[in-house]
Design a protein. Structure first.
Length: 296
């Protein structure tokens, strides 16, 4: 809490320090996720430093617009960072100060349309086979077998595994929503072997010193496993979730059902996997293959 509230430039006025303290306090009170609090705090602190001699509540919309346009042009803000900054500022004025809602119509940089990298099923299996540590292998298998995010994997408790119904309960996921996903039978067998060896007490995957396994450790586990498996493409732990969704779609699972399992609020988010799946492409014959009989 003290780290979140600390204002790193004591030479600037108490108005900024008080604003930051109230700002983070409200984020905590509203039970925003730690990642969201960190993002909002960072953006708001950046904003405060631009107006060191001004009471934050008195900064006009015109000054904010001028500053953001200048910053956008100087630092080439991405669309996502620009949106983060706008949302952080709006939270201060509209939520903390209860001001009327404002629109900040800045020119939007065009966001490049990038498809996530997806591995084949043999590539995924090779990653598992190259992971000898049963705990690490279970972490990777869980993400792929149920399509979980990194924070969902590290945030699971033992009580969230329901082997009688073959489901996993995900609590307060992205957007503070609960959902239920399938429990793979093959993963369950691996999980039981892991449990007999490690005997976790509360969290499904625990640090040696207690508490949930860290996100950084999980990412490192995946990087090393992918390297051992000879994966040359740029992939991350989150790629296992992309693989899960794409492989489900290619096997004929309905897109709406995949949306529910992944916990996407909008079907548009899930539809990105239609651009990756080879389910329809496999049924299309290349003109070269059609013309091969005529090639000498």
């Amino acid at each position: 809490m003290k780290t979140l509230l600390r204002y790193s430039n004591p030479s600037q006025g108490s108005f900024q320090r008080n604003a930051l303290e109230a700002y983070v306090g409200l984020l905590l009170l509203k039970q925003y996720s730690p990642a969201t609090i960190k993002t909002y705090r960072s953006a708001f602190l950046y904003f405060l430093r631009a107006f060191p001699d001004t009471r934050p509540s008195s900064i006009s919309k015109a000054r904010i617009m001028d500053w953001m346009l200048q910053e956008q042009q100087s630092h080439h803000w991405s669309e996502s960072y620009q949106n983060q900054m706008i949302n952080a500022i709006k939270f201060f004025f509209e939520i903390l100060l209860s001001r009327p809602k404002e629109r900040y119509n800045l020119p939007r940089p065009r966001r490049p349309f990038r498809l996530p990298n997806v591995l084949s099923i043999p590539d995924v299996i090779r990653i598992f086979n190259k992971t000898e540590n049963i705990k690490h292998r279970c972490i990777l298998m869980l993400a792929y077998s149920s399509g979980l995010r990194l924070g969902e994997v590290t945030g699971l408790r033992i009580s969230d595994i329901d082997s009688s119904r073959m489901v996993i309960h995900i609590h307060r996921s992205k957007g503070k929503r609960d959902r239920v996903v399938m429990l793979s039978r093959h993963f369950l067998n691996e999980l039981r072997e892991y449990y007999r060896k490690y005997r976790p007490k509360e969290w499904l995957f625990e640090n040696p010193g207690g508490g949930p396994y860290s996100a950084r450790s999980v990412q490192q586990v995946f990087r090393e496993a992918a390297k051992r498996a000879g994966i040359k493409r740029h992939v991350t732990f989150h790629s296992l979730r992309h693989c899960f969704a794409t492989h489900l779609l290619e096997s004929g699972t309905d897109l709406r059902r995949i949306q529910e399992i992944l916990g996407h609020r909008s079907i548009r988010t899930t539809m990105i996997y239609t651009h990756i799946s080879n389910r329809d492409l496999a049924n299309i014959v290349s003109p070269l293959d059609s013309a091969q009989l005529h090639i000498k």
